[in-house]
Design a protein around this ligand. Structure first.
Ligand code: ROI
Length: 163
């Protein structure tokens, strides 16, 4: 028997009714094979990190119990992104209809071209840390980055609005 791992998925959108995009995507993630939703954070609105000439974002975080491998999970999330109208334009940090990121996969550390776990930007992003803190155990530590509490203390909630 394969034991399930708790993976945390970050969801984000700033185009085509972002709130609905995030909610629709959360249902698709919850329906993935070999996977069960454990928790879903509230929705958060924030100004774009990066180029400012784009709409504000809606973000949330989901906890998923899964026996999919990190790479199977990545492939599944990319399929959902495509099915939900994401078009990859060349613009770095440009607007997107749907962004699904593996933030954490148990205590795994993965470092490849296509996948980095824990997610590289996690520690600097209030729109990831605050929804994560809503649904994660209070004593969560992020492999290689320290305790979630410490990361929250170093990352002001400023500009992040819980809907
Ligand atoms: N900014 C916010 N507020 N939320 C996001 O999800 C987000 N995603 C991105 C970039 C463009 C870095 N900025 C973001 O990919």
């Amino acid at each position: 028997m394969t034991t399930a791992t708790v993976a945390y998925i970050g969801l984000g959108s700033n185009l085509d009714d972002p709130k609905e995009q995030v909610l629709r995507a959360s249902r698709a993630v919850a329906n993935l094979p070999e996977s069960r939703e454990i928790a879903f954070s509230g929705l958060y609105r924030s100004d774009p990190m990066g180029p400012q000439d784009q709409p504000s974002y809606i973000n949330a975080v989901m906890a998923l119990d899964t026996t999919l491998s990190p790479f199977e999970l990545l492939a599944s999330l990319q399929t959902i992104e495509r099915d939900h109208g994401r078009v990859r334009k060349g613009v770095r940090w440009g607007p997107r209809t749907l962004d699904l990121d593996i933030l954490l996969y148990g205590r795994a550390c993965v470092r490849t071209e296509s996948l980095i776990i824990p997610h590289a930007g996690l520690a600097q992003r209030p729109f990831v840390l605050y929804p994560l803190a809503e649904i994660a155990p209070p004593d969560l530590t992020i492999p290689g980055k320290g305790s979630l509490k410490m990361l929250l203390n170093a990352c002001p909630q400023e500009g992040l609005e819980r809907l």
